[in-house]
Design a binder for this molecule. Structure first.
Ligand code: SAH
Length: 397
């Protein structure tokens, strides 16, 4: 099929400025919603045109969604078929192969990899796939076939249980699309082995995005007493212990997550120096502060406090409070790692709330590192919100 045979949709007059600058989305109020356009099924591949007929590219369309059109290509002459998806996948794979020696990475990161609405995490020969839009859901058979050809995975898990799917009126489900995944899967980061659970774990089963931040923090942990809050499967905690920490206390509210962490600590021979505690991070911090416990390194990598714009004020308060409580248990001369994975909180705002929290705790210090996600989570240059992960490392007085 060529792009010529696709249904056409039209922008309202004057609506192509953002697209011309490279932004890949069109909002529903920017599209001429005549009866024919409104009747297109969610997820239809369409050719987008300016009101004068000029073609602007090919993408997927959902008439019932605020982000109605997502552009896959500016080339009006091609359509998004199996060969197209295969080419995009190969180019995402080539980038990861250049970045990493071992096959543990986010293989596809949505718009930034030219595959809007698609996430693929690779844990060796097991893949965890997320389709966030009706468009990628409709393309799923072709996507799975292309992944199969390119990687021959042993197992593929569809982790389509994220709340984001509701924005597109998609149902939520977890399904093993190929093979069996009865046990957690090993993920290697440098010399360390962790356990991802792509079926029952959180998100895709492992947080690949913090890899570089874990390695950076591990270098500060020699002989230190370390506190890792929101530890999930022990990514920071075990890296810290392997980096020579004297003892690590790691906290998470989820017992299954702690189960992964405890097993991974044994795998890496650091279980003797790691204690995993089930609890609420805020309550645990208050308890530790009252008990006079202090740490040379404190790490706080919480879930997104701002899931949608309406949570912004509350979420920002949460980041400020977390910075205050975490700073309070850090030793003078110690280090504090703070992170936010909220799309709706930008770098400056996160830094501002963190700084206020630390000041409220009566502490001073300096930022020694400000970083985003590892490079297998690329950022679309015209979509600043695709830089969802922000982190700061402070050295405290
Ligand atoms: N730091 C982890 C990723 C953290 S994801 C890594 O490097 O892989 C966020 C974690 O916070 C999840 O494991 C979740 O179970 C946990 N969590 C959510 N709310 C919590 C709370 N109130 N207190 C403690 N942990 C919480």
């Amino acid at each position: 099929m060529t792009a010529d045979s696709l249904p056409r949709i039209y922008l309202r007059p004057g609506g192509d400025k953002r697209l011309r600058r490279g932004h890949p989305w069109v909002y529903s109020n920017e599209i001429r919603m005549d009866d024919e356009t409104k009747a297109l099924p969610a997820g239809t591949l369409v050719s987008l045109h300016r009101v004068d007929g000029k073609p602007l590219g090919v993408g997927t369309f959902n008439p019932h969604c605020l982000i109605a059109f997502r552009r896959f290509t500016r080339d009006a002459g091609v359509t998004v078929d199996h060969a197209f998806l295969r080419t995009r996948l190969e180019s995402a794979l080539a980038l990861r192969r250049r970045l990493f020696a071992a096959p543990f990475y986010r293989l596809v990161h949505g718009d930034a990899d030219g595959l809007p609405g698609l996430v693929v995490d690779r844990f060796g020969d097991v893949l965890a796939v997320q389709t966030a839009t009706a468009g990628t859901e409709a393309l799923l058979p072709s996507i799975l076939a292309a992944l199969d050809e390119a990687l021959k995975p042993r197992a593929v898990v569809l982790r389509n249980d994220g709340a984001f799917r509701r924005l597109e009126n998609l149902d939520t489900y977890v399904r093993v699309a190929k093979g069996d995944v009865d046990d957690p899967v090993e993920v290697h980061e440098g010399d360390l082995a962790f356990l991802a659970d792509p079926v029952k774990g959180q998100k895709t089963g492992w947080f690949l995005d913090q890899r570089d931040n874990r390695a950076f923090m591990a270098r500060l942990c020699r002989d230190a007493r370390v506190l890792d809050l929101y530890c999930y499967g022990g990514g920071f905690a075990i890296s810290a212990a392997a980096g020579g920490a004297a003892e690590v206390t790691a906290v998470d509210s989820s017992e299954p997550a702690l189960g992964l962490a405890r097993r991974a600590a044994v795998l890496n021979g650091v279980d003797g120096r790691c204690t995993f505690v089930q609890g609420n991070a805020f309550e645990e911090l208050e308890r530790l502060a009252q008990a006079g416990e202090r740490f040379q390194v404190v790490i706080a990598d919480p879930p997104a406090f701002v899931k949608s714009r309406k949570d912004l004020a509350m979420g920002l308060k949460g980041y400020r409070k977390l910075a205050r409580l975490a700073a309070a248990v850090a030793e003078p001369g110690g280090f504090l790692f703070l992170a936010s994975c909220s799309h709706n909180v930008d770098t400056d705002r996160f830094a501002e709330e963190s700084a206020r929290g630390i000041a409220t705790a009566g502490r001073t210090g300096r930022i020694i590192r400000s970083a985003g996600a590892a490079p297998d989570h690329p950022v679309h240059p015209n979509l600043p919100e695709s830089a969802y992960l922000k982190s700061l490392v402070l050295h405290l007085d």
